[in-house]
Structure formats: structure tokens, C-alpha cells
Design a protein around this ligand. Structure first.
Ligand SMILES: [Fe+2]
Length: 322
């Protein structure tokens, strides 16, 4: 299958291995592959990551059951405290210059995972979200350590440890499932996006796609190209915070979701699960130092002095409309 990005084999650092079974040589080989993939293609597919399909499917099914409920029922879980809950169609606008996104979603942040008063719609959804979020946390940490090692981040411990509160209070890391309802001719004729062009805002983003397709990534030539689903892989994407942390060595790529061109597929719901990895809220929005010959690219300097949490809240405020 020809794809626009490489499939990186993560077996040397897989979650199937204990931490003490992985050495720096394994991390270096894996990290170099990740770095080359990110710099040449903007994103990568990850295989042999060690998260079981059962765990991925568990969230998919629990969320699909929730989205199938009548709107009146789903409204009981409208997003409120801790940025937790249900976003109906019309709530999200990832690109402030475009129309609202044609999606509904259910999201859980670290603050919500860590709050006993969080009102989950049902216990199955809670259990499945918690299990997958836990796996994703460890995977993000292993990705960052191998990538940071290969990129020669001077303070590798800080680069990883600034994510210590993922899925806990004090960190905006989010596990969300997005459901794209069926589209009809009027939407397609109007050239409406399912999700408008945007970049992600956190550090490392893990995307679990279904087989419907529609995700497109902007290429260096300015054209958008299809990100074909590959079963068993996770798509890794770089967010603006990681772009800042790496001084522009890695860049957040613009991506979007368009309706399928096949009319039969347009009638199908697309559903994706995304883990948006973030650094802890109080960690500064800054570039790390690297032991290499590359210069930092000057960008996003207007946000220096902010914490990464303040940067994120600024982005979120623009994206969400109630
Ligand atoms: Fe995105």
C-alpha cells in the first residue's frame, strides 16, 4: 500500500516490554526513525506499539453506544466542569475562519479523570476511557524519550517529566472520541469540511482511525493528501507545543477531514479516537536546548512567558462555541 508517511516499527520500545527490557540503543534506533519520519512527512504511522486492539475497540464501542442515544439523553452530559463531556454538532470550530465542524464528540481531560465527582454517563464508558488513557500515557512517554534521545535534547528528563501529570489534575491531556455524522449532497456540494483545516495544540497526539477515511494532511508542496487508514497502526502527530519545545525541529502540520467522495461511504458515520498528549499546565511554553548544530526557528515568540496551560486555554477558547 502506498502511503504519504512511513510506518514506524515501535517493537523495540513497545508497551509489551517492561521498562528494564529497553536500553538506550533501542530507544536511539526507534527515535531516529521517528525523527526522520516526522521531518520528511510531517507525521508517521506507528505499528507494534503494544496497545491491544481490544482496548482500542472498547472505547470505540462504548462511545458509539453513547452517540447512538437520543440528543436529549446526550445533552445531560454537556461539557461543563473540567472540560469533560459531550460536544454536540455545532460546538466545535477548530478554524475560527471556517464554518463550525460537522462533528460531535465526548472528551475527558486529566482534571476530569482525577475528580471523583465527574459524572460519567455510564460505568462502561468510564472504565474503557480510563484503560485506554492509561496505555496512551505510557506510550506517549516512551515515544518522547526515544525521540528526545535521538534529537539530543540536553535535558531529556525534563522533556519527558514535564508530562508527569497526564490523565491527572494539572494537565490538559485529553482522550476524546469524535463522531462524524453521515453527510448529504448539500454538505458535499457546499464543499463543507467534516473538520476544518487546523493544527493540533499539544505535544504528541495519538490518532486511532476507523476505515472510513477522509483525513488529509497538508504536504510541503501545499497540497492536501489522503492519510489512508492502515489497520493496527496509530497515527502520531506533532502539536504546536512540541513544535515550540523542539525549537521548530518538529513542526505541527495542518490537517483536515473531508467527506468521502464515494456516495455510499458518505452515508456512514466516521468515528475516531484521539489522545491529545500535553505537558503539565504550569510548565513554561519554551524551547528546550539541543546538543546539535541546528538553530531554533523563530516562531510563536508572542506566547513566550506563558505556561503551556495558558497557551492551550487560549487555543481552546477560540475553538469552542456554546
Ligand atoms: Fe487535529
Amino acid at each position: 500500500m502506498s502511503t504519504i508517511a512511513p510506518v514506524i516499527d515501535f517493537s523495540k520500545c513497545s508497551l509489551n516490554k517492561n521498562e528494564d527490557e529497553i536500553n538506550d540503543e533501542m530507544r536511539m534506533v526507534t527515535g531516529k526513525n521517528l525523527y526522520e519520519g516526522f521531518t520528511s512527512s510531517g507525521f508517521v504511522y506507528l505499528k507494534n506499539h503494544g496497545i491491544t486492539q481490544e482496548r482500542i475497540d472498547g472505547v470505540y464501542k462504548a462511545a458509539a453506544n453513547f452517540f447512538a442515544l437520543p440528543l436529549e439523553e446526550k445533552k445531560k452530559s454537556y461539557v461543563g466542569k473540567n472540560s469533560f463531556g459531550y460536544d454536540p454538532v455545532g460546538a466545535l470550530k477548530v478554524n475560527s475562519k471556517k464554518d463550525f465542524d460537522f462533528v460531535e464528540g465526548f472528551r475527558v481531560t486529566g482534571d476530569a479523570f482525577d475528580d471523583e465527582e465527574t459524572k460519567w454517563p455510564n460505568l462502561t464508558l468510564k472504565k474503557k476511557y480510563e484503560e485506554l488513557a492509561e496505555s496512551c500515557k505510557f506510550l506517549v512517554l516512551r515515544i518522547l524519550r526515544s525521540l528526545g534521545l535521538a534529537m539530543r535534547v540536553k535535558d531529556l528528563d525534563s522533556f519527558c517529566n514535564c508530562h508527569s501529570l497526564m490523565n491527572k489534575k494539572g494537565n490538559l491531556t485529553q482522550l476524546g472520541v469524535t463522531s462524524y455524522p453521515p453527510v448529504y449532497e448539500d454538505i458535499v456540494r457546499a464543499n463543507r469540511f467534516r473538520l476544518a483545516p487546523h493544527v493540533d495544540w499539544g505535544t504528541m497526539i495519538l490518532l486511532f482511525q476507523d476505515n472510513i477515511g477522509g483525513l488529509q494532511m497538508k504536504q510541503s508542496n501545499g497540497e492536501f493528501a489522503d492519510v489512508t487508514p492502515i489497520p493496527g497502526t496509530i497515527i502520531l502527530n506533532v502539536g504546536e507545543t512540541l513544535q515550540k519545545f523542539t525549537g521548530g525541529r518538529l513542526t505541527a502540520r495542518v490537517h483536515r477531514v473531508v467527506p468521502p467522495t464515494d456516495p455510499n461511504k458518505q452515508r456512514l458515520t466516521r468515528q475516531t479516537t484521539v489522545y491529545f498528549g500535553h505537558s503539565n499546565k504550569d510548565f513554561p511554553f519554551k524551547s528546550f536546548e539541543f546538543d546539535d548544530d541546528l538553530n531554533n526557528k523563530d516562531f510563536l515568540t508572542e506566547y513566550e512567558g506563558m505556561t503551556t496551560g495558558e497557551f492551550m486555554n487560549m487555543r481552546l477558547t477560540k475553538a469552542l462555541h456554546y
